[in-house]
Write a protein that binds this ligand. Sequence first.
Ligand SMILES: NC(=O)c1ccc[n+]([C@@H]2O[C@H](COP(=O)([O-])OP(=O)(O)OC[C@H]3O[C@@H](n4cnc5c(N)ncnc54)[C@H](O)[C@@H]3O)[C@@H](O)[C@H]2O)c1
Length: 359
Amino acid sequence: MGEIRVALAGIGNCASALVQGVKYYRDAKEGDFIPGLMHVNFGGYHIRDIRFVAAFEVNREKIGKDLSEAIFAEPNCCAKFANPMPRLGVEVLPGPILDGVAPHMREAFKVYAEDEDPVDAAEVLRETEADMLVNFLPVGSYEATRYYAQAALDAGCAFVNCIPEFIASDGKWAARFERAGLPVAGDDIKSQVGATILHRALVNLFVERGVVVDETYQLNIGGNTDFLNMTCEERLRTKRVSKTEAVTSMVPYPVPTRIGPSDYVPFLGDKKICYIHLKGRNFGNLPVVVSAKLEVEDSPNSAGVVIDVIRAVKLALDRGISGPLTSISAYAFKHPPIQVEDHIARRWVEEFIQGKRER
Ligand SMILES: NC(=O)c1ccc[n+]([C@@H]2O[C@H](COP(=O)([O-])OP(=O)(O)OC[C@H]3O[C@@H](n4cnc5c(N)ncnc54)[C@H](O)[C@@H]3O)[C@@H](O)[C@H]2O)c1
């Protein structure tokens, strides 16, 4: 059915896992089971149909490099599961910094020189005929996310928002994409088996089995730049909202809840550790407590999900569907336009692939 032309904003660990994943599974056969993907053939699109055509960054160690090298440049620390990578023929270009780099992150890496001009992202997206732009900027990139979303609109390309800034789930932005005839999916990618989906499953179990949920928390630690960036509480507001609503939306009454990134532990690298606590009452008002610990490689955990999202968005483009894609967003993102239970979202996506559901 042709190729899917994908541009990336932010060549950090998530982009590294995504780019590697597309290479790693390029020879997968239809019917193969690929952990973390819904299908090898997603509505007619194979994993290898994804072609990266543009990449935007601000780290001077990544700019000017071929995307295949930039994904391994420090401080990226994603596992190298598809190394060596062949050259991709995509030079990483300087995007405007805006609020993408927090002051404390300037100690972790150097941004491009002051006398270097950023490119115009919309122009690049037009020139490279990108179908969609995938946003992998750091948490707290309010302005920079809106800059890239606007660039997508100006260039006539779709937008996939993997970060906790509200675009697909914001009525005004969603309407702008709808008016422009372009699909948008988001917000804040939900990993394959990550803290959010595990927490949702546990809470759902309590609710389904008639246990009263009295309190819950979810603490997360990790050693990658995502966690270092999130040590700044001011950048975290939307992350807390996104992660918290993904869990509290499963309970039909208010519950004391505390959820969020909790600390940066450098030697963990790309390993993320999550502690979930859930306290409730069952028959006879007697206590039930669940304590769970999850350990997972953070960035590859979301890459398969993004590969499915990219193919869903391409199907929407082919079918002329514009505005927020509610099915894939509910399945693959923590803060979608419409929040439903995960098994329902999965059914919606299957119906969308078969053309039985519009969006
Ligand atoms: N499983 C997951 O890893 C997961 C899950 C949900 C959400 N996310 C979100 O995805 C985003 C990316 O995560 P990551 O681990 O790749 O982070 P990262 O810190 O490794 O990468 C972010 C990249 O963006 C670059 N950047 C900063 N400002 C920029 C700008 N203005 N233009 C272009 N590039 C810019 C940085 O230099 C860095 O390379 C984060 O917001 C994270 O919270 C990740």
